[in-house]
Design a protein. Structure first.
Length: 338
């Protein structure tokens, strides 16, 4: 059996390093239970430390290391969406060093996303989060010697947007769609059409956010796109949907088989949309429909902004009773129009 190098200790089945190199202590796991592999990892780390201390070399980090760090420390409302983008990018650039990532090395990733049927506007979201990770690596993250993970972030221009126009649906199209949806999604779609909630606001709606006495939900700013608390007044249709959901789950309003619904835009939604001959309708179009219908029944621009959760100074943290009453009357007009 080969003699192990000084500084290697086996704990819980894995080899760990505890070694001082040029006054710098390396104290970490090799991530391996195999001695030969652990020896190679130790040699690599020793050479890295010597290169940094003696020759001023910068430690090299891979994109998967940077992506992992980002997901561990990020505190964002869109963290789930960011994780999806990073997971999609890792097979293409995960093993590349941060210095090797640029638009040229991202070409295969972009081509694969387009081949999968994704629009450029969606791919731009992926590029934006990749750019965010690289920017943090260059401007914020430091190694044990105080060096930046990346010398300078690359320029990653966004693709030309191919976003299409919104498609608010008619009442007749609404009925066609609802007839094809399973019951749990039917309730969510109806609620979206009468409240204008975004998909994540809808799927994460909690009972703790309900003010039952006033007939409203108050979404905290950390879950709203513009960062402001959002008032969601319930008209008679929305209130009836809430009563149907009450008692089904202790935390979340919308559930399926005892678990919170993770997303509205899933296979069941897409299949129902196809059967209803509404392939052009996307989940976000429910929100456009809500806004269009408010305008059609004469709701003022200011009230529409408030009801859609756009940034506004009209609604304060005190939630004036008169303002809430005004908004509730506005959404009730949608019921009267049907």
């Amino acid at each position: 059996m080969a003699k192990k190098s000084p500084g290697l200790t086996k704990r819980n089945g894995y080899w760990h390093i505890n070694k001082v190199v040029k006054g710098k202590r390396i104290y970490e796991s090799t991530g391996s239970s195999d001695l030969e592999e652990a020896e190679r990892y130790l040699a690599k780390r020793v050479n890295e430390i010597r290169g940094q201390l003696i020759y001023g070399e910068r430690k090299t980090y891979t994109f998967i290391e940077a992506a992992t760090k980002y997901l561990q420390i990020a505190e964002k409302k869109s963290l789930d969406r960011d994780a999806v983008s990073l997971k999609a990018a890792v097979p293409f650039i995960g093993e590349l060093s941060l210095e090797r990532i640029h638009m040229g090395t991202l070409e295969t990733f972009i081509a694969a996303r387009r081949k999968a049927g994704l629009k450029d506007v969606t791919i731009n979201r992926d590029l934006a989060i990749i750019k965010r990770v690289l920017t943090l690596a260059a401007r914020l993250w430091r190694d044990e010697l105080g060096n930046a993970w990346l010398h300078e972030p690359p320029l990653l221009p966004m693709l030309k947007s191919d976003s299409r126009k919104p498609y608010p649906i008619s009442h007749e199209e609404e009925q066609r769609l609802l007839m094809e949806l399973p019951e749990h999604l039917k309730s969510m779609v109806m609620f979206a059409l009468h409240t204008g909630l975004r998909e994540t606001e809808l799927t994460r709606l909690r009972w703790s956010e309900e003010d039952q006495q006033q007939g409203i939900f108050i979404l905290p700013g950390e879950r709203v796109k513009n960062g402001q608390d959002r008032i969601v007044p319930l008209n008679s249709v929305a209130q009836a949907i809430i009563e149907q959901q009450r008692g089904l789950h202790a935390v979340y309003v919308f559930t399926y088989k005892g678990e919170p619904v993770q997303r509205l835009n899933g296979h069941a939604w897409r299949k129902a949309r196809t059967r209803a001959e509404l392939e052009q309708c996307r989940v976000h179009d429910l929100r456009h429909t809500f806004g269009r219908r408010l305008r059609a029944v004469g709701v003022s621009f200011e009230s529409r902004q408030d009801l859609l959760g756009h940034k506004s100074k009209r609604i304060t943290d005190h939630y004036c009773q008169a303002e809430i009453a005004e908004l509730k009357m506005a959404v009730e007009r949608l019921c009267d129009s049907q």
